[in-house]
Write a protein that binds this ligand. Structure first.
Ligand SMILES: Cc1cc2nc3c(=O)[nH]c(=O)nc-3n(C[C@H](O)[C@H](O)[C@H](O)COP(=O)(O)OP(=O)(O)OC[C@H]3O[C@@H](n4cnc5c(N)ncnc54)[C@H](O)[C@@H]3O)c2cc1C
Length: 501
């Protein structure tokens, strides 16, 4: 694993969950000092749930618990909370989309939780260690990495059978492999993010928010809560870091804030770029190395977590000898379109917070499609029906019914609401059917058969669910389920090599 950021650490956790030995090298000596991402969608929390980390993450997130509302005003002091947008289904019922709640937690709080969990799970995690080069020979079944220990100055070699390049937006490994990127490039105007400390607990008490749109003509922008009390990020337009930031921030706040302390000023420009291929040989790009997108849909980190979840079970199946290497081709076939979709949707979401609070823009994908894994894989480690993608998942509404290539819909399986359909698969595969379906147990290849009468399954229907909760096959013939399961692992159903291979 190259990169011990959010995605590298999540990849390590997923691989350990599947019993794979893993080493993470991270050139920095610490986890991210910047708060960066703060909103983790329900789909990411479902991944952490599978890893038995969701409770730990929610506990670490307690500072921002309940700060989900948006606010807007001329200054912070004048800002009012905007009415929360309540997603509702038929008849106005609140939609229960996931067994998990979304989580607001700053990336600099989350990363240490993930690093400690990865170490506890048995990963070798080497901070202060940079990968300086990687040799990959097609005839060899390993790659050889040259590492530099920044503490001791020592150089060493590490052999690995597979490499996940979670080395960030500038990804030296992507560059070294000659993988280009496509997309819109820069989106919108240049911005500056100012991370500062100021005790504003009393100022925001009773109006706790996630993001506050500041409409002051001299200091327009958005103020983000990092811990809801002392740590804040202000994002405003401009390309100059050379301003009197304490004065600008006091305009934003509308109060004197005598203890205001500017910690960093980062210029940035939103970009939409997606790697032209996600894998080359034994190296697989994940996270920002594979895609960068504007922060407007809070999807950058979340898309990276989904990459890690998708790639992890496939690498494990191949490394454990349970699947043909061709299964790994499906990583690009599935995650590259998903990365493009998330990046494209993020680029289109340019409306202000007031418009956002009024409800979803019908011209855009429904917010839950992004937040709850509603993107449908058109090809990959899947067996679509004879007509192919004849029943595509809508994106203007969130209406999951267990179509092939989508995350299984969430339904509670017990009255106490502790066990969900999401929990049926991972790390193993699962076969879901109704209580009346005559199917032998265990199912094909030792598959666990789960019998539940859920509304999205017709009588006699079976769903084959992959370890990443994605529906791989749907039908009524148990023998076809066996063929699909075996075929997917042997690579018979894997996607073709990406263009330019
Ligand atoms: C201001 C800001 C706000 C954001 N807000 C959100 C948000 O609300 N929601 C959201 O989902 N996303 C958000 N993002 C995006 C999110 O932070 C990124 O998508 C996320 O950090 C990507 O994680 P990553 O692990 O792929 O990359 P990174 O976090 O960049 O980690 C890559 C790591 O690789 C290491 N590395 C690089 N090269 C080497 C090498 N040769 N050897 C060893 N290590 C190496 C780097 O040191 C780094 O630690 C935001 C980003 C910014 C900057």
């Amino acid at each position: 694993m190259v990169g011990g950021g959010l995605v590298g650490l999540t990849s390590a956790l997923v691989l350990r969950h599947h019993g794979v030995a893993v080493t993470v090298v991270e050139k920095r000596s610490t986890t991210s000092p910047q708060p960066k991402a703060r909103r983790f969608h329900v789909r990411s929390m479902e991944v952490f749930r599978e890893l038995e980390l969701a409770g730990l993450v929610h506990r670490a997130a307690r500072d921002l618990a309940g700060h989900h509302q948006m606010a807007a005003g001329r200054t912070l002091v004048e800002a009012e909370l905007l009415p929360p947008w309540q997603p509702s289904g038929a008849g106005g019922a609140v939609v229960d989309v996931s067994p998990e709640e979304p989580c607001l937690i700053a990336q600099d709080v989350l990363e240490p939780v993930l690093r400690d969990a990865a170490v506890a799970a048995g990963a070798t995690v080497r901070f202060g260690t940079e990968l300086v080069s990687l040799a990959q020979d097609e005839d060899e079944d390993e790659v050889v990495a040259q590492l530099l220990d920044h503490g001791s100055g020592e150089r060493s070699r590490l052999r690995a059978r597979q490499v996940v390049a979670a080395d960030g937006a500038r990804s030296p490994l992507r560059e070294a492999l000659g993988i280009g990127r496509s997309g819109r490039g820069p989106v919108g105007e240049p911005n500056v993010s100012v991370y500062f400390h100021a005790d504003l607990g009393a100022v925001v008490e009773g109006r706790e928010f996630n993001l506050c749109q500041i409409e002051h003509p001299d200091a327009p922008g958005a103020l983000a809560s990092v811990d809801g009390r002392r740590r804040w990020v202000f994002m405003g337009p401009g390309d100059s870091t050379d301003r009197d930031w304490p004065a600008v921030l006091r305009t934003v706040l509308g109060v004197a804030a005598p203890d205001l302390d500017v910690r960093s000023v980062l210029p940035w420009r939103a970009e939409m770029l997606v790697a032209d291929r996600y894998s080359r040989g034994r190296v697989h790009l994940a996270g920002d190395a594979a895609h960068v997108m504007p922060p407007f849909a809070a999807s950058g980190a979340n898309t990276g977590i989904a990459d890690a979840h998708n790639l992890g079970w496939k690498l494990a199946a191949v490394l454990h000898g349970r699947a043909a290497p061709a299964l790994l081709d499906s990583y690009d076939a599935e995650r590259r379109p998903a990365g493009w979709f998330a990046a494209d949707q993020s680029s289109r979401r340019t409306q202000g917070l007031r418009a956002l609070a009024a409800g979803p823009d019908p011209a855009l994908a429904h917010p839950f499609v992004l937040a709850a894994g509603g993107f449908q894989y058109a090809e990959g480690a899947l067996v679509h029906g004879p007509q192919g993608l004849d029943d595509p998942e809508p994106i203007s509404a969130f209406e999951p019914v267990g179509r092939v290539g989508t995350r299984i819909p969430h339904r509670w399986l017990d009255r106490a609401c502790t066990r969900s359909t999401i929990d049926l698969a991972g790390p193993g595969w699962a076969l879901l059917t109704g209580t009346g379906t005559p199917v032998a147990e265990p199912g094909p290849g030792g598959l666990a058969v789960h019998r539940h009468d859920v509304d999205f399954l017709a009588a006699g229907e079976l769903l084959l669910i992959r370890p990443d909760h994605v529906v791989a096959w749907r039908g009524t013939d148990a023998a076809a389920a066996t063929a699909a399961f075996v075929g997917l692992l042997t690579g018979r159903h894997a996607a073709p090599e990406p263009a330019g291979a």
